[in-house]
Design a binder for this molecule. Structure first.
Ligand code: ADP
Length: 523
């Protein structure tokens, strides 16, 4: 005979073990196996099982754990599980006999209790006995109820844990797919989360970024070149600001230079202490360049357009003075200056209009076949009187140069811009060579000078809008930095390419391609 005191003690010991297992976050099936094992032992059963309803609300029970019931026999219990608990008294015994007959298991008596969670049934716990003569007592029901309650708590915990896990996975996926760089740091400024966009932005692979101090990975620099994140972190400087922002240059690990904006959402503990932050990092390089372009545009306009206007106004005012007499020669000179400056003004306005036309979606080309040598000769001739003495001008085209297919006026603009640059940026004169030859479907053309040349690191930039190389010539020559931008836009609108071959001090050779005439290609 078992001592009832002993029995109670053991039951308490088991329940304690189960609750420890639950808090140690053992997986649900292990906890349920523990519960059913102890429940069978404490109710003097032979075997038992725990079945749960699916979480999606289906009212079908599925066996999740058993004690001394081979897994292979689980399907035989299906008909028993499908019987509602209320009908067990009436039909349970007969069904149990059927299961026993099918499986050969000694199942003679049964006790079953629902597992309920806040009044909702989540499953059923069953214990079976082999003996026929000893019926389950009220006490047994009581004992089983305690284990059923523990099993229900385990189910509740597991489901909460699962939903937290799912929520976290969803959050992780949202962070990962965010188009902005997202980085989470802990209370010691170390990176704990680093999304894909952040990898692209900084050039740091996630595995290497995780665990490092954020100022090392996202060292945003001020205009003076100091690492703002290191010496002036806004999360430290303004500890109670809700969304501090840092903007500045970012040198990426793979050598790019970006302009970024990082917005922080600090997280605080119960005592207001800093426990971490979420940083949202955005590449605003294009926006910054647009702003710079805008301000360059305004300064260029004001300088380039105001200069000829004030010269014109100055000469017109002088020529009109009553208190001075001018010779015919002086009048002519004055009027010639006025005409030159008016032409310059008209060209500038034309360039600006062209730039905005290109920006708004390109220009319309009026295409035709025409010979290049005559066009180039006309451009060089137009330059003649002004630069003839300082420059040797050389035209080189093969005699059988085929016609090109393009917009005559725009192609003239290409040559005029390049030749006028060759003159402008060759302060000591020299030879200017203009020429071309056919190659495949294209005419390869060039305009070369022996002037100041262009350093390799500037060669891509000179084709950008408003870009002028910062040197002595920039101060001594007039220009808006639009010429080469337009030249490239026109060449590309024709389906061609343009590049420059040059070294500082050794002259520059601009090379570009234009499509050959249609008739030529058809032949
Ligand atoms: P702009 O002549 O009005 O400054 P461009 O777009 O025509 O504008 O040229 C951009 C810059 O490229 C010039 O400011 C100059 O620094 C450089 N550049 C252009 N052509 C030459 C050249 N032939 N030799 C040397 N530098 C040149």
């Amino acid at each position: 005979m078992i001592d009832p005191g002993d029995h109670r003690l053991r039951q308490r010991e088991y329940l304690l073990q189960i609750s420890r297992a639950i808090t140690a976050q053992l997986d649900l099936v292990s906890v349920l196996s523990l519960v059913i094992g102890f429940a069978v032992e404490m109710t003097a059963g032979t075997s038992g099982l725990i079945a749960l309803y699916d979480e999606d609300g289906a009212d079908e029970l599925r066996i999740r754990a058993s004690a001394r019931l081979p897994r292979a026999d689980w399907p035989a219990f299906a008909r028993l599980l499908s019987l509602p608990l209320g009908d067990l008294n009436r039909h349970g015994e007969a069904l149990l006999r059927e299961v026993a007959a099918d499986t050969g298991l000694p199942l003679r008596q049964m006790i079953a209790l629902p597992l309920t969670l806040r009044d909702t049934p989540v499953g059923v716990i069953y214990v079976f006995r082999a003996a026929l003569n000893v019926a389950f007592s009220l006490d047994d029901y009581q004992v089983l109820q305690d284990f059923a309650d523990q099993a229900a708590i385990a189910v509740s915990n597991a489901r909460l844990y699962q939903s937290v896990l799912r929520e976290k996975q969803r959050l992780d996926a949202t962070i990962e797919q965010s188009a902005d760089g997202v980085m989470i740091i802990d209370g010691r400024w170390r990176i704990t989360t680093f999304n894909k966009a952040m990898e692209v932005l900084t050039g740091w692979p996630r595995e290497e970024a995780l665990g490092r101090p954020c100022a090392e990975i996202l060292g945003i620099q001020s205009a003076q070149g100091t690492n703002i994140c290191l010496v002036d972190c806004p999360l430290q400087r303004m500890p109670f600001a809700t969304n501090p922002v840092v903007e500045g240059r970012l040198l990426t690990r793979d050598g790019r230079e970006l302009y970024v904006q990082s917005r922080y959402a600090p997280q605080r503990g119960a005592m207001g202490q800093f426990i971490g932050a979420i940083a949202n990092v955005r590449d605003i390089t294009a926006q910054k360049q647009d702003e710079e372009l805008q301000s360059t545009f305004i300064s260029v306009i004001s300088h380039e357009l105001k200069t000829p206007v004030s010269i014109i106004k100055g000469y017109a005012g002088t020529l009109q003075r009553d208190d001075a007499t001018f010779s015919v020669e002086q009048y002519r000179e004055g009027l010639a200056v006025i005409e030159d400056e008016a032409d310059r003004l008209a060209r500038q306005i034309q360039d600006l209009l062209d730039v905005s036309r290109f920006a708004a979606g390109g220009i319309r080309l009026e295409l035709a076949d025409f010979p290049l040598p005559a066009l180039a000769a006309a451009v060089v001739r137009a330059l003649g009187p002004a630069s003839g003495e300082r420059f040797e001008l050389e035209l080189r085209f093969p005699d059988d140069m085929p016609p090109v297919h393009g917009d005559y006026e725009r192609v003239r603009q290409i040559f005029a811009n390049l030749v006028s640059n060759a003159v402008k940026y060759s302060p000591d004169g020299g030879t200017i060579r203009v020429g071309g030859w056919p190659e495949g479907d294209f005419a390869v053309c060039h305009v070369a000078d022996q002037g100041a040349g262009i350093a390799p690191e500037e060669q891509a930039a000179i084709f950008r809008r408003f870009y002028r190389v910062d040197n002595r010539l920039r101060r001594e020559t007039q220009g808006s930095g639009l010429g080469l931008y337009l030249v490239r836009a026109i060449v590309e609108a024709h389906g061609g390419r343009i590049w420059v071959e040059s070294q500082l001090g050794k002259g520059a050779r601009f090379v570009f391609t234009l499509p050959l005439g249609r008739r030529q290609l058809a032949e």
